[in-house]
Design a protein around this ligand. Structure first.
Ligand code: 13P
Length: 260
């Protein structure tokens, strides 16, 4: 399967989110081979967008969740509240939160445990800075981030888990990594997870690439077997781009089907 996740960040309000969600739904109509699509509006739009995605092929995701199950954490949203809103996925540890809001591996690990407890599918973001890549430390940094997610034991059983490899230097810069770079890092992430949690089945863990994905480069990533999908920021709030990215995923899926 291929998964397309749209992270709308703070870019659109409620009305625009509703219109975008309708457009994405329309883009999937009539297609026989479709990717899994998850849209992640901001908190304020979740309940309105849910009215459109309910009983559709689109899943609803949150951009974050708090590290406490409930209680005093001003400005955050809890997994319980997200459950009530009908959210099925949650982005955790996005680099913007790590870098600009001081989110630590420990906090993200707590959020991961709560998400799994409440049956929210985690989308865990990892990725290195430009400096770290230039110093040859990219793999080391990403491996450490992945390892930190499994520092405390969590019972995943058969629950799915997404990792998104998002090199920080590629986010919002228009300079995506190359598909070859992504494949190389995805292999490293997959191998690290295999060693840490041998009980995971192959299909349980999906690894996505994120960072300046648009309608022009999406297919080059999606056709790679190692790339289970893409996490899209800027282009995901432009309906025409999102439509073409979904088409690229359908094409990639169709070409895999024709090979089998
Ligand atoms: P851009 O697609 O805008 O580079 O953002 C990627 C991202 O941060 C998705 O989570």
């Amino acid at each position: 399967m291929k998964t397309i996740i749209g992270n709308w960040k703070m870019n659109v309000g409620v009305r625009e989110s509703v219109a975008l969600a309708r457009g994405v739904l329309y883009a999937l109509r009539g297609k026989s081979v479709v990717p899994e699509v998850v849209i992640c509006p901001s908190f304020i739009a979740l309940s309105e967008v849910r009215k459109i995605t309910a009983k559709s092929r689109i899943a609803l995701g949150s951009q974050n969740s708090g590290f406490l199950e409930t209680g005093a954490l001003t400005g955050e949203i809890s997994v319980r509240q997200l459950e009530e809103l009908g959210v099925s996925h949650v982005i955790l540890g996005h680099s913007e939160r790590r870098q600009l809001l001081g989110e630590t591996n420990e906090m993200i690990q707590k959020k991961l445990a709560l998400a799994v407890k409440h049956q929210l599918i985690p989308i865990l973001c990892v990725g290195e800075t430009r400096e770290e890549r230039e110093q040859g430390k990219a793999k080391e940094v990403v491996i450490a981030q992945v390892k930190a997610m499994f520092a405390e034991k969590i019972s995943f059983k058969k629950f799915p888990l997404f990792f998104a490899y998002e090199p920080i230097w590629a986010i919002g810069t228009g300079k995506a990594a190359t598909p070859a770079d992504a494949v190389e890092m995805h292999q490293v992430i997959r191998q690290t997870i295999k060693e840490l949690v041998p009980s995971f089945s192959e299909k349980q863990v999906s690894i996505l690439y994120g960072g300046s994905i648009d309608s022009k480069n999406a297919y080059a990533f999606l056709r790679e077997q190692e790339v289970d999908g893409v996490l899209v920021g800027g282009a995901s709030v432009k309906l025409s781009q999102m439509r073409e990215i979904i088409d690229a995923a359908s094409d990639a899926l169709e070409s895999t089907l024709s090979l089998t």
